[in-house]
Design a protein around this ligand. Sequence first.
Ligand SMILES: [Zn+2]
Ligand SMILES: [Zn+2]
Length: 331
Amino acid sequence: MLSVGRILPFCGRLTRSVLLWFDTEADAGPGPARAARSEHVNWLRCLPFIAVHLTCLAVIWVGWSPFAVAFAAILYVARMFAVTAFYHRYFSHRTFKTSRPLQFLFALAGCTAVQRGPLWWAAHHREHHRHADTPSDIHSPHHRGFLWSHMLWFTCDAYFRTEYQRVKDLARYPELRFLNRFDLLIPVLFAAGILLLGMGLEAWAPSLGTNGPQLLVWGFFVSTVVLFHATFTINSLAHVFGRRRFDTPDQSRNNWFLALITLGEGWHNNHHRFPVSVRQGFRWWEVDMTYYLLKLMAALGLIWDLRPVPARILAEARGASDAAAKCEVTS
Ligand SMILES: [Zn+2]
Ligand SMILES: [Zn+2]
C-alpha cells in the first residue's frame, strides 16, 4: 500500500529529475553528491531519452512522405558530422583550430544531436581514452557488457555530471559552459524549428505532401534515434568487431561498416593508435567522410592547423597492411 513515507521521497526524486532535465547543474552541492555515485539506471531522469524513442511510433499516425524521409536522412548525416567533427575531433581531441565564434557555432551544431553538451561529451571521451578497456574505462564492452557500453553507462547518476577539471581548456569559455549546462535548450528549439518548417511547407508547398507533425517525427525523432545508436556503436561494437591493425593496449577495431555509418569513426583502432590526428582513415581506401569535409572547411579558411598522422604511424600502418596481405597469400 502506498504511504506518505514512500510518496514523499518519490516526489523529491521526481522534482530533482525534472529540474535536471532543464538545468544539468540544478543539484550541484554537497548533498546529492552521494547519490551521484550510483551506477543504477535513473529512470526518472532518463524519461526524455525514453520518450524520444517511443515518439518514433507516431509514424503510425503521421504517415510518411519522400520529403520527410529525405529530410530525416539529411539531418542524420549533418548531425553525425557535427558529432564526429566537432564533439569528437575538435572538442575532445583538439585536432584542429578555429575562431571563437565558429567554435560556438560548432558547439551549437553538436547540441542538435541531443548527446548532452560539448564539455560533458569531451570530458567523458577523454576519460575513455585514458583508461580504454581497463576496469576504469567508463564504457568498455569487455568489462560491463554490450548494453552498458552502448547506452546504460550514461543513464546512471555516476556519469551524469560534467567533470570540468578534465576539460579546463574548454571550460574557460562561458558560452560553452552555458550550452553545456542547459543542454536541452538547443534540441527543444531545433525540434520547434522543424515543426514550424513542416507547417510552413504544408501551407506553401503542399505538393511535398508533408506537414508539421510528420516532419517533426521523421526529421527530429526518427533521425535522432538512428543517430543515437549509430554513434553509440563506436563505444560498443567498435571495441569488439573488426580488424586490429595496431596492437594498442585496448581492444579497439577498424570496422568499414561502422566507418560508413559514422562518417569515418569506425577506423577506431587507427584512432586509438593516434587520437590527436584529424584523420582516422589512415590508408587511401579507408573512407573518412569527416576528414574530407574538414579538409574542405580548411580550404575555405574556416578551420586551420589540422594535425596530420605522423609519417612513422603511416609507415607502421603500411607495414601492418603488407604483413596482413602476405599472411593471406601464404596461408
Ligand atoms: Zn574507443
Ligand atoms: Zn577519441
